[in-house]
Design a protein around this ligand. Structure first.
Ligand code: SF4
Length: 488
């Protein structure tokens, strides 16, 4: 159903008793999408006819889109949200009557798309309760004045505690079609699960903060373990815990990992843990190694303490070294992630970053995209007022769903462009370039009067997802173009 700006109905078709729903997964870092499987479980409770479509299969699914009464697009991250905004007008051309809803963490940032009626609703946070309301309204074909239409004019965010259903993965493509865990030269089929949603911390740049505002919700153990059983049946050999931070509730998350390990001793894991938590729970790091964690990811972000304070990370430069040392002493690999380009960085931070990577022999553990991450500032970010106070001019781009900013030192932006070109060159070769770090190193050295440490890769171990991307990265042109061409 499409609504005019004044909420007057343009058209109202009578949904059948059984609702036809199309669930579209746009981009989930290559994971088999948990959000889609969770939504499917809820929709099954309402006996909906569900079709799940991966972006790459949209073209062949035009008939299903035509017949849908509800089209749901999952936007767990920035890249997916950018793709959704591009795709929805194309879906409208195929089916102008369907209610088109966007759900997931980034749905919060789609107020413009709601105002312009590009989409009909946006659901964020613990999405299930709002999705239930939406489905019930569509199913009962409530009259215009009975329906809580006004409640859909802004994104709905819920933190409601809920009874979790076991995600329904039957209609999803097999794990073989998704990203795998790559360890040196071997690959493992990978399941993506979460033991919690949200985060106890409130880093102002983080999309989780915008939605959960320092709160988190535990996912019920029973539903996770059932999901794990189902994933093992379809071949999962490794599990990625996608919690924003695995140590927000370490007792709960470790209990789940240990239950999985007990039942399936061959399984391995990875998770994301912030520096502050590594230092706080250093005794648990050894435990992770013993439980079969191959590595942990940790958001180091910057080598500049001023930037770390602006981002309220709760750690400083020296803490990052301590975190590495703690992991090393437990023989657990740590893969730092970075936001090297922020409005508060100094040009001289970049060689410090490269030297830190060299000193800790992290060259093989940091994916190319990490070297060029530029701070994204979504519309509702609390950083907006901070940047205004700091005299940094920012302009909101509706298309890019972020404020754009120039660094006060033009050399920083030139460096950013050059690094981005190297990353794009690396992506376009479609195989990991062995020369990538050389290229970065030579570029930075040429600009910094030889202040760089000499380097030699000692640790040749590589481990990580075969989808080497990052949730807070700007999409590449190729990712955006894939949406343009998909329905034509
Ligand atoms: S950056 Fe990490 S620690 Fe900070 S709010 Fe986001 S998820 Fe939590």
């Amino acid at each position: 159903m499409l609504l005019k700006k004044n909420n007057e109905m343009i058209s109202s078709k009578s949904p059948s008793q059984i609702l036809n729903v199309v669930l579209i997964s746009l981009y989930d870092l290559g994971h088999q999408p948990l959000s889609i499987a969770s939504a499917a479980a809820l929709l099954k409770e309402y006996n909906c006819n569900i079709e799940i479509i991966e972006l790459s299969n949209l073209k062949i699914a035009k008939e299903s889109i035509k017949n849908a009464e509800l089209i749901l697009l999952s936007v767990p991250m920035h890249t997916a949200a950018r793709m959704a905004v591009k795709l929805v007008p194309e879906l409208r051309k195929i089916n102008s009557d369907a209610h088109i809803s966007i759900f997931g963490l980034y749905a919060l940032h789609l107020q413009d798309a709601l105002d312009e009626r590009i989409i009909d609703s946006a659901i964020s946070g613990e999405f299930e309760s709002s999705l239930k309301v939406l489905v019930e309204e569509l199913l009962t074909n409530q009259k215009e004045d009975d329906r809580s239409i006004n409640s859909w004019i802004s994104p709905k965010i819920s933190f409601e505690r809920q009874i979790f259903l076991t995600p329904s993965r039957e209609n999803l493509p097999p794990l073989e079609q998704y990203a795998k865990m790559s360890i040196n030269n071997s690959e493992k089929l990978t399941g993506y699960i979460e033991t919690s949603h949200g985060c106890a911390h409130s880093c102002p740049h983080c999309p989780v903060t915008a939605v959960y505002q320092g709160k988190f919700r535990i996912v019920d153990k029973k539903s996770i373990l059932k999901d794990v059983d189902n994933l093992i049946k379809i071949g999962a050999e490794h599990f990625t815990f996608g919690d924003p931070d695995f140590f927000n509730a370490p007792k709960h998350s470790l209990d789940i990992a240990s239950s999985i390990k007990k039942k399936y001793p061959h399984i391995t894991f990875d998770a994301t843990i912030k520096v502050e938590h590594i230092l706080e729970h250093k005794d648990l790091i050894k435990k992770l190694k013993d439980m079969g964690f191959l590595f942990i990811i940790s958001a180091f972000e910057s080598t500049n303490n001023h930037v770390l304070n602006k981002l309220e990370k709760g750690h400083l430069f020296n803490d990052m070294q301590l975190a590495i040392d703690i992991c090393k002493s437990s023989n657990l690999i740590i893969k730092p992630t970075w936001i090297p380009f922020t409005p508060w960085m100094q040009f001289s931070d970049y060689p410090v970053l490269i030297n830190f990577i060299i000193k800790n022999d992290l060259m093989n553990l940091i994916s190319p995209v990490q070297y060029g991450i530029r701070l994204l500032i979504p519309k509702l970010s609390t950083l907006v007022s901070q940047l205004n106070e700091d005299g940094i001019s920012i302009t909101y781009s509706k298309e890019k769903l972020t404020y754009e900013w120039d660094h006060l030192d033009p050399n920083v932006d030139i460096l950013f462009e050059e690094i981005t070109n190297l990353i794009n060159k690396d992506i376009n070769t479609e195989e990991l370039s062995t020369n990538f770090f050389d290229d970065i190193y030579n570029l930075v050295q040429s600009k910094t009067n030889n202040s760089m440490l000499p380097y030699q890769i000692i640790n040749h171990e590589t481990v990580g997802s075969t989808e080497d991307w990052y949730c807070c990265a700007e999409p590449t042109n190729r990712q955006i173009l894939s949406v343009d061409s998909i329905l034509n």
